[in-house]
Unconditional design. Sequence first.
Lengths: 199, 377
Amino acid sequence: MSIHTDDIQVWQAFQQGDEEAYTSLYRTHIRPMYRYGMSLTPISEAFVLDCIHDVFAELWIKRNRLGQPENVRFYLLKALKTRMIHLMQRKERPYQPLSQVEFDELWAEPSSEELLSEQQETTNRQELVQKLISQLPPRQQEAVRLRFVEEMDYHEIAQVLDINRQSAQNLVFRAVEKLRKWLLAFILLFLNLFAFVRV
Amino acid sequence: MRSTYQHYSPTDFVCDDAFLKHQLEPTAQSTQGWEEWLQAHPHKREDWQQAVQLLEAVRLGLTSYARTYLSEEAEAYLLARIRATNRQAGYVEEGVTQVVPIWQKSWFRTAAAASVALALGAGLWLNRYPTDTGYSYREQVAQLPQAKTEQVNLSNQIREITLPDGSQVWLKPQSRISYAPNLGQDDRSIYLSGEATFEVTRNPKKPFYVFAGKIVTKVLGTRFVVKALENADNLVVQVQHGQVSVYRHTSKDVKLPRQALDGVLLQPNQQVIFSRRNEQFTKSIVEQPALLPTTIPVENSFVFEETPVVEVLERLKAAYGIDIIYNAEVLEDCELTASLSDESLFQKLEIIAQSIGATYEIVEGQVIFTAKGCKNL
């Protein structure tokens, strides 16, 4: 989205070999990298940590040859995903492959009965929306996370997901629209529980 | 403001850059802009309001994702690992960066606070729990010959996991387990950090092992809890039903213990506490013994009317699976009339003891019931 001047200064210091700046980059971005990595393959934390290690080690080695990314967080998340896919495709590790587009097509949309029974186990609003989001196809979930938590723009989301800008926008739109419909259904059914209208 | 906004649905608004930016970081300018636009288009106010609530709901649903984070120790540990790699590669040119005093760098202000936390974390990581050295979760898992599956519970709820052999694990928050992806084919070994309850499918040919710090818990088929919090003084194993044995983990390499040289056998409702400091086992009864699941809950099973106390104690023994030791001869003439259905085991024992002037104590996970006899009562 916007270019952060802090990020740029730290990046430039890092490129000149400043270890403190390098550490600061790590500190600033480790949390989004970790959560994003874990959301791609929650099965092995060790694997995600290894990949983060590789991304930072490579960054240090190549620091003289790197350009200035417009958005450092986007740059690091993309690098992490690339690294993870690379390792998994080389089959160095017996982990589940990332969810791919084909997987989306197999994704069955939950029926209203299923959603309803989900709701009965849910005690609060946060849990409910969380469960609804988990019912979305994996790529829509990923797009929504990148959009509303990592705050990437559509151009950046498109690059991370390796699709064009319009497709990225469509993914986010479809996800939000689906959530809106599901939530509306629940509001009608359980007015008391989900008082969306602020008093 | 764009003219197309007139045709926007709530979803369109949520997906719009300017709308999102305003909701996340409103400025005086954006507030004024939207307010003016809404006044000019009053029929869109409802959709706009819905969009605000929809965005709020979506972000609420992403809360647990947004809060996923590494522990400070793990964060510091990973940084140390990265630095070690960089040093090995010979790319750290020390001294070069010292030319500019650090406090003159503009980014230093924001970074300083967290660096302190990081340094503290690193120090703790290196110095804490020297007694687990060689046997910590990370070290044991790192030594495993084959790849392993790791399950981590980063949520704030207990997570239920079904293992490849059908056994169930209830993993507490901030806890993790590792095991071979083909668990059950060769052996059944699990590595634990944190706390978990296990319900193990019965397979006498392949015992189930839980490695936690310096202790190993061996089971054939049962339900039990292992508490191995990284920052706690003690490791605890509690049995709910079945039988388990707990040993000290002696061999340096991660192999299954062959014999129970230095271990304890646990019955239901018993627990063992292993002190990390002096490496001693202490066997006792769990705080709140539960009725065994095999006991058929018969109405009035703890309602006694002039029942011989020996029979009362035998009934408790069977119901809780806990050994109660008493002298039957001394208790020969003792009888009890009481309704003890709602009391806990210890309350029941207290009432029985008081009614016949007896005492009880718990030694090594057993109840020793001492009476003077009832001939004179």
